[in-house]
Design a protein around this ligand. Structure first.
Ligand code: SD4
Length: 340
């Protein structure tokens, strides 16, 4: 037996011993929290929710995949793959607005009900970063690969390298270069990062998130979207949450993880999103980022209830369920328009 095989055998024996020691303790914890959380027997599933209007096409694709009995992670990859591949969507994948150096750099992550996750950040030249994130989840011992290493991994897995800067996005960048003022461009009322959350037929939660990030960012900047706990988080006992908006603000506050924790404490998805948005708003009152601060969250719980909330008005998200089909839902906001 080689040393490596001996090591693996020893480690496996070790884990059997450890898991038998801990079985009782972890089962007890699970029973308590699950009992508290399942307040109703009526569970609306499956349900898919996705940020912004481009979520409609993403939901449609993911829903078809689920109905065709495809694995839920594949449904997410195909669903958010629609805006990733669409050159008219300027904030995700191909056609995304570049950084200050004219480079399109992408962030994405994906997570399943086992808390397994995969993520890529600062990835260039690959149209579907979410698909690479899924490979990180499934085929590596790690959670996140970044930059050149992420690209190297993608190429090894057969992804094709291509130019993601479209003519239209290059034109916008050249225009920006004329005075090169660094002001993050965060879409307040349009569409931006796509985050998708799914409660599937089995009652299991999954999520994915993909973006080209803030336009004109510094080369090398990574936002919240590939960071588990910030741009996306789920706990299969509780619910799932995802963010859009100024990534720095979401990272500073561990946004999506906090939304899930509030749902654990009994808040509805909307209440949980609202409380964290208000916390972020308060923490930034005297902050340089306040002038353009926009953050929005979406969330879904184990019962299939959904919600969203944002700092500024204009945030909406797409919801697909059996009862009402695929439609847009308007999220309430902390700041309201005078006429609202
Ligand atoms: C980022 N959160 O990179 C992303 C971008 C985004 O609305 O969602 N903007 O900061």
């Amino acid at each position: 037996m080689t040393n490596r095989r001996k090591f693996i055998k020893k480690a496996a024996l070790g884990s059997v011993a450890i898991s038998s020691l801990y079985t009782h303790a972890s089962n007890t914890n699970e029973d308590v929290s699950t009992k508290n959380l399942l307040k109703t027997n009526v569970i609306k599933k499956p349900i898919i929710i996705s940020t912004w209007r481009h979520g409609l096409a993403a939901n449609e694709e993911a829903w078809q995949q689920l109905k065709n009995k495809k694995p839920t992670l594949d449904a997410i990859v195909s669903g958010v793959g629609i805006p990733e591949g669409d050159p008219e969507v300027r904030s995700v994948g191909y056609g995304g607005l570049p950084d200050r150096e004219g480079k399109v750099t992408l962030d994405a992550c994906i997570m399943d009900y086992n808390s397994d996750c995969g993520s890529v950040s600062f990835l260039q030249g690959i149209k579907h970063p979410i698909a690479v994130a899924k490979k990180v989840l499934e085929e590596t011992p790690h959670v996140m690969l970044t930059g050149k290493g992420a690209l190297q991994f993608a190429l090894e897995k057969g992804f094709e390298e291509e130019n993601l800067l479209t003519e239209k996005s290059e034109k916008r960048w050249k225009k920006w270069l004329e005075d090169s003022k660094y002001k993050p461009v965060i879409n307040i009322e349009n569409h931006d990062t796509i985050s998708m959350l799914v409660l599937d037929e089995e009652g299991n939660l999954y999520g994915g998130c993909t973006t080209s990030g803030a336009a004109w960012k510094m080369h090398g900047r990574v936002g919240d979207s590939p960071i588990i706990g910030a741009g996306l988080f789920l706990d299969n006992e509780v619910g799932a949450a995802a963010a859009t908006g100024l990534g720095e603000a979401v990272i500073r506050t561990a946004g999506s993880a906090m939304v899930v924790e509030l749902m654990r404490q009994g808040k509805s998805p909307t209440e949980a999103c609202k409380e964290i948005v208000e916390r972020i708003y308060k923490k930034h009152l005297n902050h340089k980022d306040m002038a353009y601060l926009q953050v929005g969250f979406i969330a879904v719980n184990k019962q299939g209830e959904h919600g969203g909330y944002s700092i500024r008005p204009g945030f909406n998200y797409a919801v697909y369920d059996e009862e009402k089909g695929n439609r847009m839902e308007k999220a309430a906001s902390k700041i309201v328009r005078k006429k609202d």
